[in-house]
Design a protein around this ligand. Structure first.
Ligand code: UT7
Length: 308
C-alpha cells in the first residue's frame, strides 16, 4: 500500500533576523556565517507560539488536501521545543484544529523528527487502521538558543511544515531506514530548560558519513540507482554538509534542494518547509523520485525514498 502526500503547508514567522543583525549581537560576521553555513537569515517567532505555527502550517496542508480537520485520524507532531512539558503539543494542535476524531502525539527525534514521523505514519496507514494522518514538524528553537553564544546562535530559526498523508493516491514510500545511537547524546543537547549545546565539528563529520550511509542503504533496499533520483531534500543544517553529502552520493548539486539561506536550521520543520518550497519552485513534481535524509540530536538519523 502506498503513502501519498495529499497536501503540504508551512508557516514561518514574519520577523527576519539577518546575519547583519547578528553582527550587532555577538562577535560574528555575515561573511563567516555565509561561508561556513550558507545561512543569510532566519525567522524568529515573536507572538507566534509553537502550536500557532503548527496550526497555520496544518491549515494550509489540509486545505490543499481538500480535507476537513474532522477527517484526520492521527496527528503526529515532531518537535524538540514542545509548548509545555505535558500535555503533548499535538493535543493542543488537535484542539486548535477541531480534529475531534484524531488521536494525537508528539515525536521527539530532533532534526530527524519528520522522517521518523513519516515512517510511523506509513506503518499506521499500511495497517489500514487509519486513513489520514496529519504530520507536522514545528520548532521554536529561538527559545532555547543562547543568544550570547556565537557558535550556535547563528545557526537556528523557527518555523513549521505540515503534510497530510493518505494511503490513497499515486505516491509510495519505497524504502526507509531509521537509526539512532544514544552514545552520542552529548554531541548535541539541551538540559531541561537549558540552551542548545553542540560539538559542531564532530557533528559535521558524523552528519556527512551517517546520512550518506543511510541514503545508500535505502537506494540499495529499493533496488534504485542514485542517477534515477530526481531530487534530494536533506535536513537543512549547513550547506557545506549538503555539498559533502552530494559528493559522497555522487549526485550533482542541481538535484539537491536547499533553502537554508532563508531559514537556517529549523530542525524537524526543515524538511517539510523545503518540500513545499521545492514544489513551489518547480523542482518537485508528482511522480518524482524523492530522497529525504536527516541527522540530529540523539543521535538520530535516517533516509526515506519516496515516489512523490
Ligand atoms: O541539526 C543537527 C545537525 N547540525 C549540524 O550538523 C551542525 C554541524 N556543524 C556545523 O555545521 C559546523 O561545525 C559549524 C557551522 C557549527 C561550525 O563551523 P566550523 O567550520 O566547524 O567552525 P569551527 O567550529 O571549527 O570554528 C572555526 C572558528 C573558531 O575560531 P578559532 O578557534 O579557529 O579561532 C570559532 O571560534 O570560527 C570561530 N567561530 C566563529 N567566528 C565567527 C565559531 N562560530 C563563529 C561565528 N562567527 N558565529
Amino acid at each position: 500500500m502506498g503513502v501519498t502526500i495529499q497536501g503540504m503547508g508551512y508557516y514561518t514567522p514574519e520577523k527576519v533576523l539577518t546575519n547583519f543583525d547578528l553582527e550587532k549581537m555577538v562577535d560574528t560576521s555575515d561573511q563567516w556565517i555565509t561561508t561556513r553555513t550558507g545561512i543569510k537569515e532566519r525567522r524568529i517567532a515573536q507572538t507566534e507560539t509553537l502550536v500557532e505555527m503548527a496550526y497555520r502550517a496544518s491549515l494550509r496542508a489540509l486545505e490543499e488536501a481538500n480535507t476537513e480537520p474532522g477527517e484526520i485520524d492521527a496527528i503526529l507532531l515532531a518537535t524538540l521545543t514542545p509548548e509545555m512539558s505535558f500535555p503533548a503539543s499535538a493535543c493542543l494542535l488537535q484542539a486548535r484544529l477541531g480534529a475531534d476524531r484524531a488521536f494525537a502525539l508528539d515525536l521527539s527525534a530532533a532534526c530527524s523528527g519528520f522522517l521518523y514521523g513519516l515512517e510511523v505514519a506509513n506503518s499506521l496507514l499500511s495497517s489500514g487502521r487509519v486513513g489520514r494522518v496529519l504530520l507536522v514538524g514545528a520548532e521554536r528553537l529561538s527559545q532555547i538558543v543562547d543568544w550570547s553564544d556565537r557558535t550556535t546562535c547563528v545557526l537556528f530559526g523557527d518555523g513549521a511544515g505540515a503534510v497530510v498523508l493518505s494511503a490513497q493516491g499515486e505516491g509510495e514510500l519505497l524504502s526507509c531506514r531509521l537509526r539512532s545511537d544514544g552514545n552520542y547524546w552529548d554531541v548535541l543537547y539541551a538540559d531541561r530548560c537549558g540552551y542548545i549545546r553542540m560539538k559542531g565539528k564532530e557533528l559535521f563529520r558524523l552528519a556527512v558519513r551517517l546520512m550518506a550511509e543511510v541514503c545508500e542503504e535505502v537506494l540499495h533496499q529499493a533496488g534504485i540507482s542514485v542517477e534515477d533520483v530526481d531530487l534530494v531534500v536533506p535536513h537543512q543544517a549547513n550547506i557545506r554538509i549538503m555539498h559533502a553529502l552530494a559528493e559522497r552520493l555522487n549526485v550533482p548539486m542541481e538535484k539537491v534542494y536547499s533553502n537554508i539561506h532563508r531559514y537556517g536550521n529549523t530542525s524537524a520543520a526543515s524538511i517539510p518547509i523545503a518540500l513545499y518550497e521545492a514544489r513551489q519552485e518547480g523542482r518537485l513534481r508528482r511522480g518524482d523520485l524523492l530522497l529525504l535524509t536527516a541527522m540530529g540530536a540523539g543521535l538520530t538519523w535516517g533516509a526515506s525514498l519516496l515516489r512523490f
